[in-house]
Design a protein around this ligand. Structure first.
Ligand code: NAG
Ligand code: NAG
Ligand code: NAG
Ligand code: NAG
Ligand code: NAG
Ligand code: NAG
Ligand code: NAG
Length: 288
C-alpha cells in the first residue's frame, strides 16, 4: 500500500466519520499528516522545548536526591545530608507545575495523563521518604534557606560528646567496659534526658527528625547491649525491690502471727481493760 492509497483510505474513513459526527473533525487531516510525518512520537503536537528542559532537570534532581538518600540510609542522615538535593527537587517540581508556554502548561503535558503517571509517582515517593523521616522537623524554616534547628544542633553536640567519650575510654583488648560506663555515664544520661525533652513519647518515632531518632537508638543500643552499662544501675534496683517486698509483706506477717498464736489474740483486750481500769482508778485518786 503506497502513501497515496493510504491517504485515500483515510480520507474515505474520515468522510464516513463526518457524516456521523459534527464538523469539528474537519481539521483532523492536517494533524494526522503531522502525526505521520513525525512517526513514532505518537503525539499530534510536539512538547514545547522549555517543558522538555524542565522535565530533564526534574529527572536529574530526582536522581540526585534518590542517590543521596540511598547513600545516607545507614546510619540515617538523609535529612541533614540531602537537604540541598531535596530543595532543588522541590523547586524544579514547582517550576514544572507552574510553567506555561504559549498557553500550554507543562503540568498538563506530563502529569495525570495516564494510569502509570510516572512523573507524579516518583515525586510522591520522594516526598514520602522525606515525610516518613519527619525531615522537616530537623530544620529551622524561618529563613529562605532551611538551616539545622537549634534542637538538632544541640542534640548533635551532645551526641558527638558521648560518642567521643566512648571512643576515648573503650579498650578493645579487654572485655572490661567498666571504665567506659563510669566515665561516660554523665554525658550519656545528659544525651538521653535531652532526647526525652524533644518528644512526649520516649521513643519519639512519631515526631522527631529521623536522623536524631536513629542516632539516639544507636547510642542506646551501644550503651546497653554492646557495653552492657546498664548492669551498674541494676544493683541498687535489686536492693530497692527487696526492701519494698519486705515492707509490703509486713502486714501479712502481722496477721499470720495474730492468727496462729491464739493466746496473743486475747492479749490486746486484756491490756486495754487493765489499762482502762488503772486510768480510772488513777484519775479518781487524783480528784480525791
Ligand atoms: C545533580 O548533581 C550533580 C552532581 O552533584 C550536579 O552537578 C547537578 O547540578 C545536580 N542537578 C540538579 C538538577 O540538582
Ligand atoms: C509561542 O508562539 C509563537 C507564535 O505562536 C512562536 O513564535 C514562539 O516561538 C512560541 N514560543 C515558544 C516558547 O514556543
Ligand atoms: C530560627 O532561626 C532564626 C534566625 O536564624 C532564629 O532567630 C530563630 O530563633 C530560630 N528558631 C528556632 C525555633 O530555632
Ligand atoms: C537559635 O540559635 C540562634 C543562633 O545560634 C539564636 O540566635 C536563636 O536565638 C536560637 N533560637 C532559639 C529559639 O533558641
Ligand atoms: C560531630 O562529629 C562529626 C564527625 O565526627 C562532625 O562532622 C560534626 O560536625 C560534629 N557535630 C557537632 C555538632 O559537633
Ligand atoms: C571476651 O569475651 C569473649 C566471650 O565472651 C571471650 O571469648 C574472649 O576471650 C574475651 N576476651 C578477653 C580479652 O577477655
Ligand atoms: C532501633 O534499632 C534497632 C536495632 O538496632 C531496630 O530494631 C529498631 O527498629 C530501631 N528503632 C527505631 C525507633 O529506629
Amino acid at each position: 500500500m503506497d502513501i497515496n492509497s493510504y491517504h485515500v483510505f483515510f480520507f474515505l474513513f474520515l468522510h464516513s466519520l463526518t457524516i456521523l459526527k459534527a464538523d469539528t473533525s474537519i481539521r483532523e487531516p492536517i494533524n494526522l499528516e503531522l502525526l505521520l510525518a513525525r512517526t513514532g512520537e505518537g503525539y499530534l503536537t510536539s512538547f514545547p522545548e522549555e517543558c522538555s528542559t524542565i522535565l530533564n532537570r526534574f529527572a536529574d534532581a530526582s536522581s540526585n536526591f534518590t542517590k543521596c538518600s540511598i547513600l545516607h540510609a545507614r546510619p540515617i542522615r538523609i535529612c541533614s545530608r540531602c537537604i540541598e538535593q531535596y530543595m532543588q527537587f522541590k523547586t524544579i517540581y514547582d517550576e514544572l507545575l507552574t510553567t506555561i508556554v504559549n498557553g500550554t502548561s507543562c503540568k498538563s503535558i506530563f502529569i495525570s495523563h495516564d494510569r502509570l503517571d510516572a512523573v507524579l509517582e516518583y515525586h510522591d515517593n520522594i516526598l514520602s521518604i522525606w515525610d516518613k523521616g519527619h525531615c522537616n522537623t530537623c530544620f529551622n524554616w524561618s529563613d529562605k534557606v532551611p538551616v539545622l534547628s537549634n534542637e538538632t544542633k544541640l542534640f548533635n553536640e551532645k551526641f558527638n560528646e558521648t560518642m567521643a567519650c566512648i571512643m576515648k575510654y573503650i579498650d578493645p583488648s579487654t572485655n572490661d567496659t567498666q571504665p567506659v560506663c563510669e566515665n561516660c555515664m554523665q554525658s550519656y544520661i545528659q544525651l538521653d534526658n535531652y532526647y526525652k525533652t524533644l518528644s512526649d513519647d520516649a521513643i519519639g518515632v512519631d515526631s522527631i527528625c529521623m536522623d536524631v531518632v536513629d542516632s539516639m537508638n544507636a547510642t542506646r543500643s551501644i550503651w546497653s547491649k554492646t557495653l552492657n552499662c546498664c548492669k551498674i544501675r541494676r544493683t541498687p534496683e535489686i536492693i530497692f525491690l527487696c526492701c519494698t517486698g519486705i515492707i509490703s509483706a509486713l502486714p501479712i506477717f502481722y496477721y499470720l502471727v495474730l492468727r496462729y498464736f491464739s493466746p496473743m489474740r486475747d492479749l490486746p483486750n486484756v491490756l486495754k481493760q487493765s489499762r482502762f481500769k488503772q486510768t480510772i482508778l488513777r484519775s479518781l485518786g487524783r480528784t480525791n
